[in-house]
Design a binder for this molecule. Structure first.
Ligand SMILES: Cc1cc2nc3c(=O)[nH]c(=O)nc-3n(C[C@H](O)[C@H](O)[C@H](O)COP(=O)(O)OP(=O)(O)OC[C@H]3O[C@@H](n4cnc5c(N)ncnc54)[C@H](O)[C@@H]3O)c2cc1C
Length: 423
């Protein structure tokens, strides 16, 4: 059944809301975005993956993003404090650009926002108030909101899109069932000056004794974040600033890189972020970006999935049939499920074990045969490409499952995967 959609209200002026607004405007819809001008001092989501670059090009903003960002040619991962695995994206081959960008988030968000303004999208600087219609699956803008925006839509919009990120405005209003991830980590982060880098432009990821850490080189700062089980963090102080500063000082790996660093910002904290809504659309609404689901920061997939999701949402809204909305939901849930599998290999220790197995066997004929192949597909996890290639997925499933187990059973490698689990 074709829905008669001509007008769309979008809640949230972040990357998913503004990119969707631009795409819908280009398709001829009447679009308005409700946004909140006041943003936190620092926002997570500063490291992009190569898979996002084709979407930035389609939006027409890659050059602008490049002008204020750090070029990101790869990822450097430390399995332990002395064991590094560096993967330039060029090792991944395939169809993606061999680079991405580390972006100052406020500038990146402004780029996507300004694009929508240039395309003619109307913005209202206020939180939209939504109401459920009776006990149904339908929602509407409150009468107050309609008045505040001078009846911009001539009544109610045909579709309301939730792009409000982790505020999850519609999911909360309608009490939509969610799937929570197993990890209940917290992430604390800040911007530092004077922190050391090893590979100047790569994202740096360290497996720590407790949790893991990112160091993202931005043009004039380094974003340093720690992801940790909340049961550990209380040992480090009672405020998030104390916890952050003390953690950096006391962790053996981080203290080395941050000994001469100065914290230039406050500390931001994110809790319980692994959350996926099990329904992505309803009678007159749709979810996109983090409002639909967010997995985990580890592979920097958030902004890529948010913007790619906007392209898919625009496509579904453009077609406007129930079947198109259903397909959109199926794709989003499927994609998040595949990324979840990859995320699990980081926390379970599978990915680190594989690296160590590879190192141990590099001087054997088997290692020389399989090594480059393995490196290509492991690199594709960090570039975002592994998820979209059946062969990569099958290969990774094999090497991260039966192959690791076989190597242990065959006594070719005597490490236990759980030894490398992130606890
Ligand atoms: C610890 C952590 C680290 C991360 N690191 C990375 C990374 O390195 N790379 C990466 O790509 N991603 C990363 N992410 C994910 C990334 O931050 C998000 O996926 C991305 O910001 C999603 O964009 P969005 O537009 O959906 O939501 P948001 O960026 O959250 O934007 C939502 C917007 O809606 C506004 N809003 C909320 N409620 C209302 C309302 N009622 N009315 C109007 N406006 C409203 C908010 O103010 C906000 O501007 C990380 C996430 C976490 C938790």
């Amino acid at each position: 059944m074709k829905r008669n959609i001509k007008t769309v209200a979008i809640i949230g002026g972040g990357p998913s809301g503004c990119s969707l607004a631009t795409l819908l405007k280009r398709k001829g819809f009447k679009v308005a975005v409700f946004y909140l001008e006041k943003r936190p001092e620092i926002i997570v989501g500063e490291s992009l993956v190569p898979a996002i670059v084709p979407y930035l090009r389609q939006l027409g903003v890659e050059d602008e993003v490049k002008s204020y960002s750090t070029y990101k040619p790869g990822a450097s991962v430390w399995v332990s404090k002395d064991e590094e695995a560096t993967s330039p994206f060029s090792f991944g081959g395939g169809g993606l650009p061999p680079y991405a960008y580390n972006v100052p988030r406020t500038k990146f968000d402004k780029t996507i926002f300004d694009l929508a303004v240039r395309e003619g999208v109307i913005f209202f600087n206020q939180a939209a108030k939504l109401e459920q219609v009776g006990n149904t699956d339908e929602i509407k803008l409150s009468d107050d909101t309609i008045t505040d925006i001078n009846d911009f839509f001539n009544g109610q919009p045909d579709l309301i899109v939730d792009a409000s990120g982790r505020s999850r405005t519609i999911s909360r209003l309608l009490d939509i069932p969610t799937k929570e991830g197993d990890r209940k980590d917290i992430a604390i982060f800040a911007h530092l000056s004077g922190a050391e880098k090893i590979e100047p432009y790569n994202i740096h990821l360290h497996r720590l004794e407790k949790g893991w850490n990112w160091r993202i080189p931005l043009p004039d700062r380094i974003s340093v974040g720690v992801v940790i089980d909340p049961k550990h963090i209380k040992e480090y102080g009672s405020t998030k600033e104390e916890q952050y500063d003390n953690f950096l000082k006391s962790d053996e790996t981080l203290s080395k890189f941050t000994a001469n660093a100065k914290r230039e910002t406050g500390v931001a904290q994110y809790n319980n972020y692994q959350l996926i809504s099990q329904k992505m659309y309803g009678k007159n609404w749709l979810l996109t970006g983090d409002a639909g689901g967010f997995l985990d920061p580890i592979f920097s997939s958030g902004l890529f999935l948010a913007i790619k999701g906007s392209f898919e949402a625009a496509e579904a809204i453009g077609v406007g049939t129930d079947a198109a909305f259903k397909k959109y939901q199926k794709n989003q849930l499927y994609e998040l499920a595949i990324w979840q599998k990859l995320v699990d290999t980081w926390y379970s220790g599978g990915l680190f074990t594989l690296f160590k197995v590879g190192q141990d066997r590099m001087d054997t004929a088997f290692g020389r045969f399989i090594g480059p192949h393995m490196q290509r597909h492991l690199t594709r996890i960090f570039s975002g490409e592994a998820v979209y290639r059946n062969y990569s997925r099958a290969f990774l499933n094999f090497v991260l499952g039966p192959m690791i187990r076989w190597m242990k059973v065959g006594r070719l490698h005597n490490r236990n995967i759980r030894d490398l689990e992130i606890k």
